[in-house]
Design a protein around this ligand. Structure first.
Ligand SMILES: [Zn+2]
Ligand SMILES: [Zn+2]
Length: 417
């Protein structure tokens, strides 16, 4: 499928599209005049049109090599308990990828609005002060808008998890590499179960194909060496470079994604080594004693060497990955419980599965989240990783029946169900 068949605009001819893709491969992402050069290679297109076309290429679902990344079909209840044995007990039984349908079932869902909804950096003062719990939390198309952040992606226990914060260019986990993951510069992986790491080589390869800059990938330090070996094997097999920066992060360690955004790993409790991540914003604030001074006075103080600002560090997003609820009572995890948004695995939602069963497989049951509600001080909680045994109605029913301590601030990621 070519881009112009998907794009409703007929302005791109097949030749232009071909020239565009060739130009993408010719002029690397770090080339300062990249867009000018690409535009020069594509007859009849402006730089703006080129950029737009590029956005659609890398972001719109179903537009990258749809034949190479089969999208799963999850809504068949006949997938039944045998396949779920792997999701609920992947660590014990060995998990294979889930079930593919032969073709994409998302072909008609591609939407321009994904781009239209894109916003700038999420944590401006304005946005935060204007957002009270329960305000801008609406479902728009495929994405959720929660506490000033756009959240996309999908998460189906045992099959595939990839949760994306496009304004931060961050994706958490990559079970299968959905096309949209490719445009995220940072990938944070919680553990090595296939439904969380299986799409990693494809993610790196696809970024290479489009000459995007090498991504930064964070993994638990315990699997770093094996991930390196994995890439070595893929390099050997397909003779490609697979450029990326791989960071092994231990629990409690931090890494700056950019000047005002850092990530810290925290302990989670799963059946194999695992960790969650907290994203912190860092802002320079004027010290209280200098608030109210004139611009000139502040300037003078500053030039005389006085430290007039301090750094305000706040936990914005915490992502657990797979874990038992025990992470909640871990005294080192207080920042997780006060992050603005907590993205929390919740594999089981009703009493068809017991808490004991959930714990046997290293997962969390909704009833445990309810009993810990008072500990969760988060403005919003996004539940993910539901077992594929559930229908979307069952999940929504369970979430709608939450007690007041959780209702109004709890969301469910049901994309793909
Ligand atoms: Zn999982
Ligand atoms: Zn797992």
């Amino acid at each position: 499928m070519t881009v112009d068949e998907v794009d409703s605009s007929s302005e791109w001819s097949r030749e232009q599209d071909k020239a565009f893709k060739n130009a993408l491969a010719t002029h690397p992402e770090d080339d300062s005049d990249r867009w000018e050069k690409i535009a020069a290679d594509v007859p009849g297109k402006t730089i703006e049109e080129i950029k737009q076309h590029y956005e659609l290429l890398v972001e719109d679902i179903n537009q990258i090599e749809s034949g190479c990344v089969p999208l799963p079909s999850y809504n068949s209840s006949s997938e039944g308990s045998t396949s779920h044995a792997s999701d609920e007990g992947a660590g014990k039984k060995g998990s294979g990828p889930g079930h593919y349908s032969g073709e994409s079932n998302h072909g008609t869902k591609a939407s321009r609005s994904d781009q239209e909804r894109r916003k700038g950096i999420a944590w401006t003062e304005d946005e935060h002060s204007s957002l009270e719990p329960g305000t801008e939390q609406s479902m728009t198309g495929k994405d959720l808008e929660i506490e000033g952040y756009t959240v996309g992606g999908l998460s189906i226990g045992g099959h595939e998890t990839c949760v994306i914060f496009p304004t931060l260019k961050v994706a958490f986990d990559i079970g299968r590499c959905p096309p949209r993951a490719v445009s995220q510069n940072f990938l944070l992986i919680t553990h090595a179960h296939m439904d969380h790491i299986g799409g990693l080589p494809m993610y790196v390869a696809t970024r290479g194909l489009y000459r995007m800059k090498p991504p930064t990938i964070i993994v638990p330090i315990s699997v770093k060496e094996d991930v390196e070996k994995l890439f070595e094997i893929h390099r050997k097999m397909d003779q490609s470079e697979l450029k990326h920066n791989l960071i092994g992060l231990d629990i409690g360690e931090e890494f700056y994604l950019r000047k005002d955004l850092k990530v810290k790993a925290f302990r989670t409790y799963h059946v194999i080594p695992s960790q969650g991540y907290i994203l912190y914003s860092e802002k320079q604030k004027l010290k209280p004693e200098y608030v109210g001074l004139s611009g000139n006075e502040i300037k003078n103080l500053k030039s005389s060497g006085v430290e007039i600002t301090y750094t305000l560090t706040e936990p914005e997003i915490a992502f657990t990955g797979d874990t038992m609820s025990d992470f909640i009572v871990d005294e080192n995890n207080t920042d997780v419980l006060r992050a603005r948004i907590l993205v929390l695995e919740c594999t089981f939602v009703n009493n068809s599965i017991t808490v004991e069963h959930a714990r046997d497989y290293g997962h969390t049951h909704l009833s445990e989240i309810i009993s810990y509600a008072e500990s969760l001080q988060n403005r919003a909680i996004l539940l993910i990783h539901f077992s594929a045994r559930y229908t979307v109605e069952e999940i929504q029913h369970a979430v709608s029946a939450l007690p007041p301590s959780l209702s109004g601030r709890t969301f469910a990621l049901t994309e793909g169900f």
